[in-house]
Design a protein around this ligand. Structure first.
Ligand code: AMP
Ligand code: GLY
Length: 413
């Protein structure tokens, strides 16, 4: 049987491992207790020491650090770009330079490491103001605000190193784009890109998109994307990106996640991530599970075809987070409603509980071990049914004081 190593230890990796385990022997490094409880092997051994036909790298940090290059140098097939490709996510300043060279529509911006110059540029902008750390900040380095005072304070906090350390000592200040967001994950083999169905995630912590940006509080797929917009995305964003990657001699084999803003002037690129989205993966895997191994292996080998289009229904995931998330999560709370396998004690058809951050409590149960704790996912024939089932499942789980949204997919289902 094909042996696959999944790198990472959150809900995204749980979903990938669960999906791949239908057709492969899967090992997750490091994984977490909830993934192991689900019958999936987890190990603390690094990916470079494990025997694998294919390594799927979940998070961006190891890709930016060159893990895929190291594995490929040893002859291992990898889903994930090398360090050169991973810079698209590792540095927002590099991303902006890349997009300008490629001619891809994106927000107007300036890049700064000096406070006075940054504040002078900010003074020329109109709200909403967007301030981003140049470097990686676990999805939390972006402030979007209509308050000039808040934006100015954020610039100062980031550039001083106080807010995000080295990652914030350079900032990108952007034009605020207005529209609706869409996450499009492309499987890119160096030459071609095959898109998975569009998804949508919910980044703000509170209902109605209020409050702080988080790693993601929920997601659904498929998200509607009309054919004309889709054609523009392919022609104006994806195609020129592939050309620019080749021009830079970057053999990009992995997921290219396009974060899109659909504006009145057409689709614009907010960001590229160089990996699967979290929690979007938790809703995409149930829709492609039968083809997941073959599709990922083909991508890593350099010959991706279109992802087979079958009608696989819809999926919704609701994230349950620790109290205080995202600013100051208090971990360690007891999670109730789960059986010893980490799944619903009282099962519901089509529901899988993906574990983002849990550990065993020593007596057969689980406690919260991270900001995001669980990603409760339902797969059903329609979005409305998937949404109802995901919320019914989430209602059967409790973590005292947990933070979660009640409006995931509400407008779409
Ligand atoms: P990023 O990590 O660059 O995708 O930013 C995280 C989130 O901040 C995005 O998903 C958007 O919700 C928001 N955002 C980022 N850039 C902009 C922008 N230029 N205009 C409006 N919202 C933005
Ligand atoms: N869901 C957003 C991300 O994975 O970056």
């Amino acid at each position: 049987m094909t042996r696959v190593v999944v790198v990472g230890g959150g809900g995204r990796e749980h979903a990938l491992a669960w999906g791949l385990s239908a057709a492969a022997d899967v090992v997750v490094t490091p994984g977490n207790d909830g993934i192991a409880a689900h019958g999936i092997t987890c190990t603390s051994a690094p990916a470079t020491e494990l025997d694998a036909d294919l390594v799927v790298v979940g998070p961006e940090a190891p890709l930016v650090a060159g893990l895929a290059d190291e594995l490929r140098a040893r002859g291992v097939a990898v889903l994930g770009p090398g360090a050169a490709g991973a810079r698209l996510e590792g540095s927002k300043a590099y991303l902006k330079e890349f997009l300008a060279a490629a001619g891809v529509a994106t927000a107007a911006h300036g890049t700064f490491d000096d406070v006075d110059a940054a504040l002078a540029y900010l003074a020329t902008m109109t709200p909403p103001y967007v301030i981003k750390t140049d470097g990686l900040a676990a999805g939390k380095g972006v402030l979007v605000t209509t308050s000039h005072a808040e934006a100015a304070a954020d610039v100062a906090a980031k550039l001083s190193g106080a807010a995000f350390g080295a990652a914030g000592r350079r900032v990108v200040i952007e034009e605020g784009l207005v529209g609706t967001e869409c996450s499009l994950m492309l499987l890119c083999d160096g030459e071609r890109a095959a898109a998975l169905v569009p998804a949508q995630d919910f980044k703000r912590v509170g209902d109605g998109d209020q409050g702080a940006n988080t790693g993601g509080m929920g997601a659904f797929a498929p998200r509607a994307l009309d054919a004309a917009t889709r054609a523009r995305v392919d022609a104006e964003i994806v195609a020129p990106t592939l050309v620019e990657l080749r021009r830079r001699h970057i053999d990009y084999r992995g997921v290219l996640y396009a974060g899109l803003m659909l504006t009145d002037q057409g689709p614009k690129l907010l960001e590229y991530n160089v990996r699967f989205g979290d929690p979007e993966t938790q809703v995409l895997v149930p829709l492609v599970r039968d083809d997941l191994l073959a599709t990922l292996a083909a991508t890593a080998a350099g010959h991706v075809d279109a992802v087979p289009a079958r009608d696989r229904g819809a999926a919704v995931t609701v994230v349950l987070a620790s109290p205080g998330y995202p600013e100051a999560p208090q971990v360690g709370g007891p999670v109730s409603g789960l059986g010893p396998d980490g799944q619903l004690a009282d099962p519901l058809e089509g529901v899988v509980v993906f574990h983002a951050g849990t550990r065993h409590d020593g007596s057969g149960g689980f406690v919260a071990a991270g900001g995001r704790v669980l990603s409760v996912t339902a797969h059903a024939p329609t979005l409305a049914e998937a949404r109802a089932r995901a919320y019914e499942a989430a209602g059967r789980i409790d973590l005292p004081g947990m933070v979660w949204r009640h409006d995931i997919a509400a407008g779409a289902a």
